[in-house]
Design a protein around this ligand. Structure first.
Ligand code: NAD
Length: 344
């Protein structure tokens, strides 16, 4: 079987995890990663034997003097790969688009880019088929990925008429020492809806959805309170069945005693590399169903939730796997994601 040759431009929170996930697949090879600075992540990548590429030839000297061997420029990387995953900071990806296009490589962007950077916005559980064979896709942001996993899973068996979500956002990733707030709750933005509703609608165009968000001083995870109006009356059992049948969603029982992101991440620290939680975690005791309305709390691990979606997106654009179920289960088995592999 031909293996897809993949390059990653941007090697931070998301790029590092996607690189590792690509290396775990038997149908793709990681050719190399591109970075701008010879920092600790570059040193670790170099020690792990990854091919390191730089945006401009003149940057190579700084890398070499930090002991990081450079294989070439981003252009060299692009001339070798079939798919590039752009995981540069929000807005930088679009500035690379013309270069990627000139090299004829398929492009997978992240949710920090505007939707028009790609032909399709992507969520594995909602619209895998739309991305098959496309030249460019954008994996939606971590919060949007979490919302879409919930909505499309409920919609599949119960139908979804409308969604109202309140999003409590983490302020920064754990390594981001310069970001805040450190002592405030920030309306994000003051006006509603927040951008998440628009982002969900890049995939579910006709959905009635409103979202509001605040940013709080934590780095661990986001938490959502979501109210979903279904197409029909349902019981809590129906909702639990719909969520349990869905990949990448874990319903966390109350008996675990976990009622905070701190406990969730602490439990993951003893079970998972880097304490990553790519599953959407729904708190079972928070699920309340009245007539056709469901409400619940869910938690999103911003650093890792989009990683399996990036792997599926690579398969979809390359046209190697046309069946979403097969791609999702292959990704989840190799990355040990899902109820079977959950840590509590
Ligand atoms: P990050 O800042 O952690 O990493 C970005 C990387 O890109 C760094 O290695 C940086 O050196 C590199 N870089 C910067 N400019 C570059 C250039 N011109 N060429 C090559 N490399 C360059 O960013 P991140 O958090 O991984 O975010 C990446 C994307 O993923 C963004 O679109 C973001 O919105 C999205 N995203 C982030 C999260 C999250 O919580 N961190 C979650 C989901 C999606």
């Amino acid at each position: 079987m031909a293996r897809i040759l993949v390059g990653i431009v941007g090697y931070g929170t998301i790029g590092r995890r996607v690189a590792e996930a690509v290396m775990a697949q038997d149908d793709m090879d990681l050719v190399g990663v591109a970075k701008t600075r010879p920092d600790y992540a570059a040193i670790q990548a170099s020690r792990a034997g990854l091919g390191i590429y730089v945006p401009k030839p003149e940057l190579a000297e700084a890398f070499e003097s930090s002991g990081v061997k450079v294989k070439g420029t981003v252009e060299d990387l692009l001339s070798t790969v079939q798919v590039v995953v752009d995981a540069t900071p929000a807005g930088v990806g679009s500035s690379y688009k013309s270069l990627y296009t000139r090299h004829g490589v398929k492009q997978v962007y992240q949710g920090g880019e505007k939707p028009d950077v790609a032909q399709v916005s992507f969520s594995s559980l909602c619209n895998y088929e739309e991305a098959i064979g496309k030249n460019s896709v954008r994996v939606v942001s971590c919060n949007t990925t979490g919302l879409l996993r919930l909505i499309c899973s409920l919609d599949k068996s119960l139908g979804v008429r409308s969604v109202r979500a309140f999003i409590v956002r983490r302020a920064a990733d754990p390594g981001e020492y310069k970001k805040g707030p450190i002592n405030s709750i920030v309306l994000d933005p003051p006006k509603t809806p927040s951008h998440h509703a628009h982002d969900v609608k890049t995939i579910l165009k006709d959905l009635d959805i409103e979202t509001a968000a605040v940013i709080v001083p934590t780095t661990l995870m986001h938490v959502h309170h979501v109210r979903v109006r279904l197409s029909k009356r349902a019981s809590k059992r129906d909702v639990l069945d719909a969520l349990s049948e869905s990949p990448r969603i874990v319903v966390l029982p109350g008996r675990t005693g976990i009622k905070s992101t701190a406990q969730l991440v602490e439990a993951a620290r003893f079970a998972r590399p880097r304490a990553d939680i790519p599953e959407l975690v729904v708190f079972e005791d928070s699920i309340s169903v009245s007539g056709d309305e469901v409400s619940l709390f869910q938690a999103v691990h911003q650093e890792s939730i989009v990683v399996p979606e990036n792997i599926d997106a690579i398969r979809a654009v390359s046209g190697l796997e046309k069946d979403p179920v097969r791609s999702i289960s292959k990704t989840d088995e190799t990355l040990r994601i899902g109820r079977k592999y959950f840590f509590v």
